[in-house]
Design a protein around this ligand. Structure first.
Ligand code: PDD
Length: 286
């Protein structure tokens, strides 16, 4: 049975408990991170730890665990659950004030709830989907205005995945004011004439940790990068497209709505970036 972490304890998953009054449960008042594991080691751990701190600060929550403790908990769970390839999910909520009240509880009196668990995903790096590419549909982005904070309010992204599924696609790209923001759980990119285009950072998208690494590797490999919003029409006439996230790494996109990109197979830029990302991240994993 899987061992999970709750507020300082390592427990069998069936014995772990969180209160019905927890603000994560009642108000989606919490933040999360997903860190991938390859060869039993953590990918981009420090990037995820830094973004977690930022998310907490933006929501006026104090950090209940420092970077070193967090690393120790991640490693201990990976070890106890024998994870070679997979994910570590971390969630911190504003805790359990003992009742339901919209106002934030006094941080001195209500401790945050800290939960971590692992997901074993053998074959994560050698994903067959990376060979065929994803089909995405476009949907309106009706999420709230602080998507840069990694909150656990994931109802609309879940609905987006279901809309994609119903349309026979793999995922959805969200569009706002005529421009693509991001995928339901990943950052979105197109490639035109060898140039990589991805939306600039702001409150409209999550500042992907994989995005930061991939853009760094792309620039190091002398690829041209343009950080700006792009329209759906531009995307549909692009040479290639892809998404990035901690769970998908670099994943090619071969169809947007009814438009097939290129010859309908993953393009060379996405393939190359996936290779570089996996290679460099494996080297830097801790
Ligand atoms: N999702 N944009 C959104 C809306 C996301 O939910 C994610 C990550 C990303 C990519 O960020 P990163 O590269 O730091 O993983 C972009 C995670 C993987 C999830 O919800 O499972």
């Amino acid at each position: 049975m899987r061992t999970v972490y709750v507020n300082g304890d390592y427990l069998p998953e069936t014995e772990a408990k969180v209160s019905v009054f927890d603000r994560g449960f009642l108000f989606a008042d919490g933040v999360y991170e997903v860190t991938s594991v390859l060869d039993g080691k953590l990918i981009d751990f420090d990037g995820h730890a830094a973004r977690l701190d930022r998310s907490l600060t933006e929501l006026s929550m104090s950090s209940p665990v420092d970077r070193d403790e967090l690393l120790e908990i991640h490693r201990e769970l990976v070890r106890r659950n024998g994870i070679e390839e997979g994910l570590v999910y971390l969630q911190i909520t504003r805790g359990n004030p003992g009742d339901r009240d919209f106002a934030f509880p006094d941080a001195e009196e209500t401790a945050p709830t800290v939960v971590l668990f692992t997901q074993s995903k053998p074959g994560l790096a050698e994903s067959p989907q990376a060979e065929t590419g994803l089909k995405v549909i476009s949907i309106a982005d009706i999420r709230w205005g602080r998507r840069d904070i990694k909150t656990v309010q994931l109802l609309y992204p879940s609905m987006g995945k279901m809309m994609a599924k119903a349309a026979g696609a793999d995922d959805a790209w969200m569009v706002e004011d005529g421009k693509v923001t991001e995928g339901t759980s990943n950052n979105a990119y197109i490639v035109k004439n060898g140039k990589i285009v991805t939306r600039h950072l702001g409150n409209e998208i999550l500042h992907g940790i994989t995005r930061a690494a991939v853009l760094r590797f792309a620039r190091e490999a002398q690829m041209e990068v343009d950080e700006r919003g792009f329209t759906l029409e531009e995307a549909k006439t692009a040479d290639e497209a892809f998404v990035t996230s901690a769970s998908a790494f670099v994943m090619p996109v071969v169809q947007i709505d009814d438009e097939t990109l290129g010859d309908g197979t993953p393009g060379p830029v996405a393939r190359r970036l996936r290779e570089i990302y996996l290679e460099e991240s494996r080297k830097a994993a801790i």
